[in-house]
Write a protein that binds this ligand. Structure first.
Ligand code: TTP
Ligand code: MN
Ligand code: MN
Ligand code: MN
Length: 399
């Protein structure tokens, strides 16, 4: 008995960073349910519960076949009583009553709508809900003054809540590349985040910028932003300067998940013809006019709204969230690993480093507390090796 359970456990190791998790998920019915409960917990300031549901979902994502019987789950890590109850409910009734209840609750619906505004976090949404604000019209009618990010978020609400496609990500990549090359020839741009993991859509597009000569990247972001702004590509941007060197706690003690790179959270104005340009180079201009229309105005097909809504969607561009990060080449491998995700994979890497290896991992560095020294790395492979982990490529970090 004991041997058998040990056997199963060794098949699915307990840290997500020890496992290969592709986008091929054989258990979406369960992982969707658990993810929704995770989301609800995170929106309710219950991060501990949130992580527990995320870990449970991640274990099911790593399985190679659909779960059809609870007995299959024997010996699997990270499945607590609550998660097992949800899985059992789905197995027996096709849905979890707790999930359905949450989905329909006014509170959850309001939290989703309000945090769907760029610049609005769970805390702000919670405060508004307590004041009786549950919808966008109610927010607009209220006396609340929104900050610049929230105003932009509200203004581009529909665009920003429509998934970004890989084609749109590539089109933005070309614009970013042009901007960076104009202000610092020789700089390098890498697609990070979900698209680097092979996702077909995302909520934003993430880029990491560096230069092979240490120090040349300093002050790069304001120049890139100016270039983009002068060409009319930015609807909103907030640049944060690098605070790594001046921070007093030092690189060994990353106090939170937030790193201190020079970065820019932005909303891009992506022209529809920029997207077509990318598409045409890929398909050698075989598009019929109908194809082009369907591709560039998906909202016309799906939207059942009023005529005025449809007309508003005929604008020749769309708003897309874009994150830019600049890293010195000496920290590039750590930045690359830290910004490729998934969020749970990152969290598990840091937990593994701390709990199993007495090391501190951040997007800047890896510190070995036993040897009291930093471990250098110029590739992700080297970082996995330092951590005593088998290398997991980006496409298998979809935990
Ligand atoms: P996200 O862009 O939030 O997530 P994603 O790209 O995996 O998913 P989506 O397709 O929906 O956009 O974050 C990407 C990675 O960047 C994630 O692993 C966490 C990391 N990150 C930081 O390290 N610091 C930060 O401040 C933020 C916002 C993200
Ligand atoms: Mn499989
Ligand atoms: Mn992303
Ligand atoms: Mn991002």
């Amino acid at each position: 008995q004991v041997d058998e359970s040990k056997e199963v456990e060794s098949i699915v190791p307990s840290y997500a960073c020890q496992r290969r998790t592709t986008l091929e998920n054989h258990n979406t019915v369960f992982t969707d349910a658990l993810s929704l409960l995770a989301e609800n917990a995170e929106l309710s300031d219950e991060d501990g519960r949130g992580v527990a549901f995320r870990r449970a979902a991640a274990v099911l994502k790593a399985l190679h076949s659909p779960v059809i019987d609870l007995l299959q789950l024997r010996g699997l890590p990270c499945l607590g009583g609550h998660s097992l109850r949800v899985i059992k409910d789905v197995l027996e009734h096709g849905a979890s009553s707790e999930v359905e209840c949450t989905k329909q609750s006014e509170r959850f619906k309001a939290l989703k709508v309000l945090t769907g505004i760029f610049g609005v976090g769970a805390k702000t949404a919670e405060r508004w809900i307590r004041e009786g604000i549950h919808s966008l019209p109610q927010l607009q009618d209220s006396a609340h003054t929104l900050n610049r990010a929230q105003q932009a978020g509200l203004e581009h609400y529909d665009d920003l809540n429509q998934p970004v496609t890989k084609a749109e990500g590539d089109a933005i990549g070309e614009i970013v590349e042009k901007a960076v090359m104009s202000v610092l020839p020789g700089a390098q741009i890498t697609l990070i985040g979900g698209f680097r993991r092979g996702k077909l859509t995302g909520h934003d597009v993430d880029f990491l910028i560096t230069h092979p000569e240490e120090g040349r990247e300093v002050g790069l972001m304001p120049k890139v932003v100016s270039w983009l702004e002068s060409k009319g590509f930015l609807l909103y941007q907030k640049t944060t300067r690098n605070s790594y060197l001046e921070s007093k706690d030092g690189p060994a003690r990353p106090s939170s998940n937030m790193d201190r790179f020079e970065r820019c959270y932005s909303i891009f104005k992506l022209p529809e013809d920029a997207k077509e340009g990318t598409k045409q180079t890929e398909t050698l201009t075989e598009d019929t006019p109908e194809d082009t229309c369907r591709l560039t105005t998906p909202s016309l097909v799906k939207d059942e709204g009023s005529e005025s809504t449809k007309r508003a969607n005929l604008k020749p561009w769309r708003a897309v969230r874009v994150d830019l990060v600049v890293s010195p080449i000496s920290q590039f491998a750590f930045a690359l690993l830290g910004w490729t995700g998934s969020k749970l994979f990152e969290r598990e890497l840091r937990r593994w480093a701390g709990h199993e290896k007495a090391m501190s991992l951040s997007s800047h560095a890896l510190y070995d507390n036993t040897q009291s020294k930093y471990l250098r790395a110029s590739s992700e492979e080297e970082i996995f090796a330092h951590l005593g982990l088998e290398y997991i490529p980006p496409s298998e970090r979809n935990a």
